[in-house]
Write a protein that binds this ligand. Structure first.
Ligand code: SAM
Length: 268
């Protein structure tokens, strides 16, 4: 077997295919997900089924969303897993996850995500936070670091603010490159995301919160006075108790929300 062919499938770079190939790591991921027969489980990018198989063994059923037509076909016709899977062949970034809600059972979503699209995919998933119990994702370790970073650090950015706005986030497993086939060039990590309750998410408009983050972090070396000048004046920042001579990375999540709500109330 060459590096690129795994279980008879040639890994497609454009789909971010790096297949898990380490039983101990797979075991740890499955333990973190803790699948039960009553769970409403969804896997993004099941690929060749490295996580799918042990999860379906425990849960008996599973919905999967896979972009690669060949891999989706393989899963549909898989002798053991096939009958237990509901396979959606398509792009998870366009998938309406709320369509999978049955009665009151919230979704438990997991996946070893394609690294080339992980950030937009996470932003898409955050939109379904109210329908989700928890999520477990394998990502580039650097992305996980950014998601959990706090203020006053270089890793703190829009992804940190928006992740922590929607979810409680905690890294659970570190995964080195040699656990995949083909091995990626970067370290990986699994993150657990538990959506916050709607009453904990106090932004009046998440669109405005996102815009504030974009403006502030696009010019992260600049002071807030300059980077946010299109949105509010330094006097208006002072009224919110925010020092306009600080930079975006010095603001807390609560302060980002305060700015967004001020704009919602005063500039709409
Ligand atoms: N879960 C498998 C594993 O751990 O071995 C495969 C993980 S691989 C890193 C990413 C998987 O996501 C591939 O199967 C790839 O085809 C699929 N994929 C890539 N882009 C996708 C998208 N936009 N929507 C759904 N699946 C996607």
């Amino acid at each position: 077997m060459t590096d690129k062919v795994h279980l008879g499938h040639r890994a497609r770079k454009r789909f971010g295919q790096n297949f898990l190939n380490d039983d101990m790591i797979i075991d740890k991921i499955v333990t973190a997900i803790d699948p039960k027969p009553t769970d409403n489980l969804v896997e993004i990018g099941p690929g060749l089924g490295a996580i799918t198989e042990p999860v379906v063994d425990l849960s008996g059923q599973l919905t999967v969303v896979e972009l690669d037509k060949d891999l989706a076909e393989r899963l549909i016709h898989h002798p053991f897993m096939g009958p237990k899977l509901t396979v959606h062949q398509g792009d998870a970034m366009k998938f309406d996850f709320s369509s999978l809600i049955k009665s009151d059972e919230k979704l438990k979503i997991f996946g070893n995500l394609p690294y080339n699209v992980s950030t937009p995919l996470l932003f898409h998933l955050f939109e379904f936070a109210d329908h989700v119990e928890h999520m477990h994702f394998m990502l580039q370790k650097e992305v996980v670091k950014r998601m959990v970073a706090g203020p006053d650090s270089k890793a703190f950015g829009r992804l940190s603010v928006m992740t922590q706005y929607y979810c409680h986030a905690m890294p659970v497993i570190d995964v080195p490159p040699e656990c995949f086939k083909p091995a990626p060039k970067v370290d990986s990590a699994v993150i657990r995301l538990i959506p916050k309750k709607p009453e904990q998410r106090t932004a009046k408009s998440t669109k405005i919160l996102n815009t504030v983050c974009l403006e502030a972090f696009n010019q992260r070396r600049k002071t807030l006075r300059n980077s946010l000048s299109n949105l509010l004046t330094s006097e208006e920042m002072e009224q919110l108790g925010i020092d306009a001579s600080k930079r975006a990375e010095n603001l807390s999540l609560a302060q980002f929300i305060d700015i967004a709500n001020w704009i919602y109330d005063n500039k709409q």
